[in-house]
Design a protein around this ligand. Structure first.
Ligand SMILES: Cc1ncc(COP(=O)(O)O)c(C=O)c1O
Length: 406
């Protein structure tokens, strides 16, 4: 008798061509951490903000905005493929400055998280200029390459970071821009680079904006941590450097970290265009793309952000909470950097992450012997540390650091 198992394994199964996929390394790290009985274990893996007690609480400003929505929201009817337009406009002011930084021709829409914005940007590139390459610095957020690969955008790579020296390879970025074809796209982290924490300086942003304008290259800025580096305005300086320098730019924004809205999937995509007709074609195509991907983005997170940004007292409260998160991250960084000259470069880096010059063997040994959990790349979530554990952590890693490059 033919069994159900035999039928589903047959070549006629619609799933016959599916291969096993590698498990998510970070998820298995979470599971191993949870199963570790040691009371002094440290979780430096998962990329979420944590307070000194190790919690990721809902912000007070978010709670108040949610109460307001509970009372005032009168309908759950559809919003449309562009999502919450008030949210998109208010967030646009935060990122670009008033009036979209003086760029009247633009297209924008709400997306499910920064990931949704990156996906929409990738799809728009494929529709608008198939075959154009996107340049990714190495290392970068592990989801970047799969997103562009899936959409069919050819990927070129350059070295962004010297892990041993803990510095940006600015020379390699300049060289990549020289090698790129006019029309190629450069993915840049707007601030708080993930996974290295090493950002471009304001002068470097200005310089690359000028080069991109002169060479006809297109910036695609991923802004996922605005306000968690040096401040809301300071962290937008990279994006804003392009406004006077290039005819077209793409900006993906995430509110997951700076509003603590992770699971609410709150993001937006902004496309800066050269002319009214170009902006209209971008918007029409983004709408038709989002219609097939998710039809409409989820409402709640965007409604919360809009309520916060539309109300001066909620905005002030949110900015205070954001400043607290930023100061905690920068304080921990400074504390770790001060423990030893080998860690000094961390002081000038920003955001939630740092990539330490630790070999995979050293990372494994830290996990086995001391219950310190981080991905094999040596990337740590700074917010996983606590003021009282920093010096202990430094003592554990210092003997294992790889030698600095000459
Ligand atoms: C650099 C970078 N871009 C984009 C995202 C996407 O964030 P989300 O889709 O959760 O809003 C993240 C999240 O970790 C990130 O680190």
């Amino acid at each position: 008798m033919t069994t159900i198992a035999a039928i589903s394994a047959s070549p006629s199964s619609p799933f016959a061509g599916l291969h096993h996929q590698p498990g998510d390394a970070l998820l298995s790290l979470i599971a191993s951490y949870a199963a570790d009985p040691r009371s002094d274990k440290m979780d430096l893996g998962v990329g979420i903000y944590r307070d000194e007690q190790g919690n990721t609480p809902v912000l007070q400003s978010v709670k108040l905005a949610e109460q307001q929505l509970m009372q005032e929201q009168g309908t759950k009817s559809y919003l449309g493929a562009e999502g919450n337009k008030a949210y998109v406009a208010l967030l646009g002011d935060l990122v670009f400055g008033p009036d979209m930084g003086g760029r009247p021709f633009h297209a924008a829409l709400q997306t499910p998280g920064g990931t949704g914005a990156l996906c929409m940007g990738a799809e728009l590139i494929v529709r608008g200029s198939p075959g154009r390459s996107i340049w990714l610095g190495e290392p970068t957020w592990p989801n970047h390459a799969p997103i562009f690969q899936k959409a069919g955008v050819p990927i070129e790579r350059y070295d962004y970071y010297d892990v041993a020296g803990m510095t940006v390879r600015y020379d390699a970025l300049l060289q990549a821009m020289e090698c790129a074809q006019p029309g190629d796209i450069f993915l840049l982290h707007g601030c708080c680079h993930n996974p290295t924490g090493a950002d471009l300086s304001p002068a470097q942003w200005q310089e690359i904006a000028g080069i991109m304008g002169a060479r006809g290259l297109v910036p695609f800025v991923d802004l996922a941590y605005q306000g968690l580096g040096d401040g809301l305005e300071e962290d937008a300086a990279g994006v804003r450097a392009f406004l006077n320098a290039v005819p077209q730019a793409i900006v993906a924004v995430s509110c997951s970290k700076n509003f603590g809205l992770y699971r609410e999937r709150t993001g937006a995509l902004y496309v800066i265009a050269d002319a009214a007709d170009e902006a209209a074609r971008c918007l029409e195509n983004l709408i038709s793309l989002s219609r097939v991907f998710w039809s409409m983005p989820p409402d709640h997170g965007a409604a919360v952000v809009a309520a916060i940004l539309a109300d001066p007292s909620l905005t002030a409260l949110w900015q205070t909470e954001l400043a607290d998160m930023r100061q905690r991250l920068n304080g921990l960084r400074a504390q770790l950097a001060a423990t030893h000259p080998a860690l000094a470069p961390l002081a000038s880096q920003r955001g939630m992450f740092a990539t330490l010059p630790l070999s995979p063997e050293a990372v494994g040994s830290l996990r086995e012997r001391f219950g310190v959990y981080m991905p094999l790349s040596g990337r740590i979530n700074i917010a996983g540390l606590r003021a009282e554990t920093v010096s202990h952590f430094a003592e554990l890693i210092l003997p294992l650091l790889s030698r600095r490059s000459a």
